[in-house]
Design a protein around this ligand. Structure first.
Ligand SMILES: [Zn+2]
Ligand SMILES: [Zn+2]
Length: 225
C-alpha cells in the first residue's frame, strides 16, 4: 500500500478558497486510506500485522465504523484485540502494574491510520517546498493563499529546508502570508463581535458571518467526521 504525491492536487487545493489547503489535501489522503482499510488492505498480511501491533485511535475507529463495510472493521479489530489480550492477564506485583499501566494507556491511542496519513502528509510538506524551489511561478500561488491552520503552517516551516537554495525566501513568503491572513481573520472576528452591539444591528456582516468556524479551522484544522 502506498500513496504517490499528486502535484495536481496541490495546485488544485492551493487554488481553492479556504482557510487551509493542506487540510483539504489531508481530507482526501485520509479518505483514500480509509477506503483501502475497508477494502483491499484488509487482505494484505502486512497491513493486518500493522493493525495488530498499532491498532486505531478512537477517531479512526469511528470513521471506519461509520462506513458500510462492518465486516472489514470487525476482522481488523479482532486482530488488534488478540494482540491486546496478553496485556489483560494477571498482574504479579505493583511494580509490574505501573509499567503495564503505561503500556495499556498507549494501546488505545496508537493508530496505523494516523501514521499512514502523517507519512503521506510529510511527503506533501516536502513536495510543496520543492515546488517553490523548482517552479518559477509557484510563489504567486503561495502569495494568493489565505494561509494555513496552525498545525499545517508549523509543518511547512519544519520541512522548509526542502526548498533548497530558496529556503529563506520560502519561509519569508510563508510567514508574511500567514501573518497577513491571521490579521484578516481577526478583523472578521472583530466585525462579528461588533455586530452584537445593538448600535451595529444593521451593519452588514458579509463574510464575517462565518468568522468563528473559520477561526476554529485556523486554530485546529478542518473538522472532519
Ligand atoms: Zn490545515
Ligand atoms: Zn488515528
Amino acid at each position: 500500500m502506498g500513496y504517490h504525491i499528486d502535484t495536481g492536487l496541490i495546485i488544485e487545493k492551493f487554488n481553492t478558497d479556504c482557510e487551509c489547503p493542506l487540510c483539504e489535501i489531508q481530507k482526501i489522503v485520509e479518505e483514500q486510506f480509509l477506503h483501502e482499510f475497508l477494502n483491499d488492505a484488509v487482505m494484505e498480511d502486512n497491513t493486518r500485522i500493522k493493525v495488530g501491533t498499532t491498532g486505531f485511535c478512537a477517531r479512526h475507529f469511528d470513521m471506519l465504523f461509520s462506513r458500510p463495510n462492518k465486516l472489514s472493521v470487525a476482522l481488523q479489530i479482532a486482530t488488534r484485540a488478540d494482540v491486546i489480550t496478553p496485556m489483560l492477564g494477571e498482574v504479579k506485583n505493583a511494580k509490574a502494574a505501573k509499567k503495564l499501566a503505561d503500556k495499556i494507556d498507549s494501546s488505545y491511542t496508537s493508530c496505523v491510520l494516523c501514521s499512514y496519513v502523517e507519512d503521506s502528509m510529510v511527503k506533501y510538506y516536502k513536495t510543496i517546498a520543492q515546488m517553490f524551489e523548482r517552479e518559477k511561478d509557484f510563489y504567486k500561488t503561495l502569495v494568493g493563499l489565505k494561509g494555513f491552520c496552525l498545525h499545517h503552517y508549523a509543518e511547512l516551516l519544519r520541512y522548509s529546508n526542502c526548498a533548497g537554495f530558496m529556503k529563506n525566501e520560502y519561509v519569508k513568503i510563508l510567514s508574511s502570508n500567514q501573518s497577513r491572513n491571521f490579521e484578516r481573520l481577526k478583523g472578521e472576528l472583530k466585525q462579528f463581535c461588533d455586530k452584537h452591539d445593538y448600535r451595529n444591528a444593521n451593519m452588514p456582516l458579509g463574510d464575517a458571518e462565518t468568522a468563528l468556524p473559520r477561526m476554529r479551522e485556523k486554530f485546529y484544522g478542518k473538522k472532519i467526521d
